[in-house]
Design a protein around this ligand. Structure first.
Ligand SMILES: N[C@@H](CCC(=O)N[C@@H](CS)C(=O)NCC(=O)O)C(=O)O
Length: 230
């Protein structure tokens, strides 16, 4: 099995890395150099969207992080897709919502506050309002429930939590979202989260990116260059 990534500090890549660790997947990680048009052109034969991650298992190539998580769970431990039809429906609900609503809201504010590309077109007040709308939905969904689908962790928790990769650095969760705070704290205790947090910090540090002070845009290709020791 092969996993294509551009760097290990990406929330979308983190989804796959978390699932790989939780499900005991062994794969060869292939880091694509975003700064190299030739490498990116070659990668477009794997994922025509030129986005990361992508997975190959034998003849099967899959892109879209949510689909990758679902495939890994289906082939390794289907309980991670929900143990009942109701849980499975909630897993799907949160994973679709994460891509359609939570992602644009959280990543927009994150990118504005940390200076990541792409630079959002909205001002910070509008980005905060988008974020708070999404956080209120998530907090409501987690109130009275340990994980998103029920009592047991599923791929939906990995997918949604990954978008909080920069929650601390970008102050994405203000006080008052108690259910989110409790749920995130539980996920951060897991070995998989700790391991991927170390990977993220190493990727950032290798390129000398200090997010506590950073406000300028990160150069395209800089993080994947860090992955390769560049
Ligand atoms: N919907 C896609 C989104 C993937 C995505 O946007 N990945 C970002 C990761 S930060 C990426 O590839 N960025 C590199 C680029 O835009 O060149 C998924 O869930 O896999």
């Amino acid at each position: 099995m092969e996993l294509w990534i551009h760097h290990r500090a990406s929330p979308f890549v983190r989804k796959a890395l978390l699932a790989g660790l939780e499900l005991g997947v062994e794969w060869r990680v292939r880091v694509v150099d975003l700064g190299s048009p030739a490498a990116l052109d070659a990668y477009a034969r794997v994922n025509p969207n030129r986005r990361f991650p992508a997975l190959r298992d034998g003849e099967l190539v899959i892109w879209e992080s949510g689909a990758i998580l679902r495939y890994l769970a289906a082939t390794r431990d289907p309980a991670w897709l929900g143990r009942t039809p109701a849980e499975a429906a909630r897993v799907d609900q949160w994973m679709f919502w994460e891509l359609a609503h939570l992602g644009p809201a959280l990543l927009g504010l994150q990118n504005a506050r940390l200076g990541f590309l792409p630079k959002p077109g909205k001002d910070e007040d509008a980005l905060v309002a988008d974020c708070e709308r999404a956080l209120a939905v998530l907090d409501g969904g987690l109130t009275g429930r340990r994980y998103l689908a029920g009592d047991a962790i599923t791929v939906a928790d990995l997918a949604v939590a990954s978008l909080f990769t920069y929650a601390e650095e970008a102050s994405l969760v203000p006080p008052g979202y108690d259910a989110i705070t409790r749920w995130l704290a539980a996920l951060r205790e897991r070995d998989s989260w700790r391991a991927t947090e170390r990977m993220k910090r190493e990727a950032l540090a290798a390129y000398g990116i200090d997010l506590s002070t950073r406000r300028a845009p990160v150069e395209r290709g800089s993080l994947d260059a860090a992955e390769r020791g560049g």
